[in-house]
Design a protein around this ligand. Structure first.
Ligand SMILES: NC(=O)c1ccc[n+]([C@@H]2O[C@H](COP(=O)([O-])OP(=O)(O)OC[C@H]3O[C@@H](n4cnc5c(N)ncnc54)[C@H](O)[C@@H]3O)[C@@H](O)[C@H]2O)c1
Ligand SMILES: [Zn+2]
Ligand SMILES: [Zn+2]
Length: 352
């Protein structure tokens, strides 16, 4: 088969690799029909994620068809269409029993990280019963693939941890796919205001069309003052960090109203300065989380009902074999006006 392989910082190639096989009784092998690229894949290519080593197939998002299962798999069968969760979970260890699948003792975020991932014709999925979700044969794959990572991430790490409530003023810093997924799922709770903050005017425009009530371009360094003005000097009830750099964490900690919640979603590579000298008396809550994907079954129902339409995040489509071009487009997102870039697998009759 062919796959997108990481060869150290800045180096990737589309190349021939052996087709994955069942190793453990709980494994499945899935033929990829739809995949996509995540902002985290770009972090990996910059060399920010040291657990990813030379030779790793990237990708942790995907929809596909089960091709083979181990003897111990009971929940899916050959031929089933499935959603692949970006988090692999055994369902049995102490962390899984607490619903913290992200810290599964033999799983967590391993796909396209510690083991080969989904930007390939086939992928091996450990703990298949608890890491795959069965889909209807006619499921909308482009909408479903947003459930592998971005929707549960925005919802769990941003909306649930930030405890978004009816009437709240919410600010989301970062209007990338994760920030936009947070924006879409925050609206389950009818906040009064959702202020979107980014440097990219195109993404801010998309955010307004997805339900943001206000947008702030932080390019002039005035984001804090603008948000304070918009909220009559009070600040926001919830500030969600969806970028992963000190500057955007700073915006979040500077715009919290008393009693506010700061929910960090971004992957940080550097320390930030926490201003406890002002925050200690402001009754705030600060949360962090690696997505657990515990809410995926719920989100799946909302997408199936049509009440949530994540397919509108798709801006570009490529054949899986053109994944190198897809990375060039996604890597220049501002210039290309790219949000989610869909990779379409070849159908089996196109040859293997
Ligand atoms: N916690 C988790 O489990 C989890 C899961 C998936 C992704 N993430 C992380 O979430 C973050 C967002 O992911 P994404 O795919 O949307 O990334 P992205 O790179 O597509 O989006 C980031 C956005 O931030 C904006 N931005 C950059 N610098 C800014 C600044 N100084 N002020 C305002 N905006 C700025 C960019 O214009 C861009 O629109 C990343 O750090 C990603 O690694 C976390
Ligand atoms: Zn991701
Ligand atoms: Zn586990």
């Amino acid at each position: 088969m062919e796959a997108l392989v990481y060869h150290g910082p800045g180096r990737r190639a589309w190349e021939k690799r052996p087709r994955p096989e069942i190793r453990d009784a709980t494994d499945a092998v899935v033929r990829i029909t739809t995949s996509t690229i995540c902002g985290t894949d770009l972090h990996i290519l910059k060399g920010d994620v040291p657990t990813v080593t030379d030779g790793r197939i990237l990708g942790h998002e995907g929809v596909g068809v089960v091709d083979d299962v181990g003897a111990g798999v009971t929940g899916v069968r050959k031929g089933d269409k499935v959603l692949i969760s970006c988090i692999t979970s055994c369902g049995k260890c102490d962390f899984c029993r607490k619903g913290m699948y992200s810290h599964c003792r033999s799983g967590g975020w391993i796909l396209g990280n510690a083991i080969d991932g989904t930007q390939a014709e086939y992928v091996r999925i450990p703990h298949a019963d608890t890491s795959l979700h069965r889909l209807a044969p006619d499921a909308d794959e482009e909408a479903m693939v947003m459930l592998s990572d971005i929707l549960p991430t925005g919802f769990e790490c941003g909306v649930l941890n930030g405890q978004v409530k009816p009437g709240d003023a919410v600010a989301i810093v970062g209007a990338g796919p994760i920030g936009l997924a947070t924006l879409l799922t925050a609206q389950f709770y009818s906040p009064a205001e959702i202020v979107m903050i980014d440097l990219d005017e195109n993404r801010l425009r998309v955010a307004r069309s997805f339900g943001a009530t206000r947008s702030v371009n932080s390019g002039d360094g005035e984001a804090v003052r603008k948000v304070m003005d918009l909220t009559g000097g009070a600040g926001v009830d919830v500030a969600i960090e969806a970028v992963g750099i000190p500057a955007t964490f700073d915006i979040c900690q500077s715009i919290l109203a008393p009693g506010g919640r700061l929910a960090n979603v971004g992957v940080h590579g550097k320390p930030v300065e926490l201003h406890l000298e002002t925050l200690w008396a402001r009754n705030i809550t600060l949360t962090t989380r690696l997505v657990d994907t515990v809410t995926t079954p719920m989100l799946l129902k909302v997408v199936q009902s049509g009440r949530l339409q994540p397919g509108k995040l798709v801006t570009h489509r490529f054949g899986l074999a053109d994944v190198m071009k897809a990375y060039d487009t996604f890597g220049n997102a501002a210039r290309e006006h790219a949000l989610k870039v869909i990779l379409q697998g070849a159908s089996p009759r196109d040859g293997r």
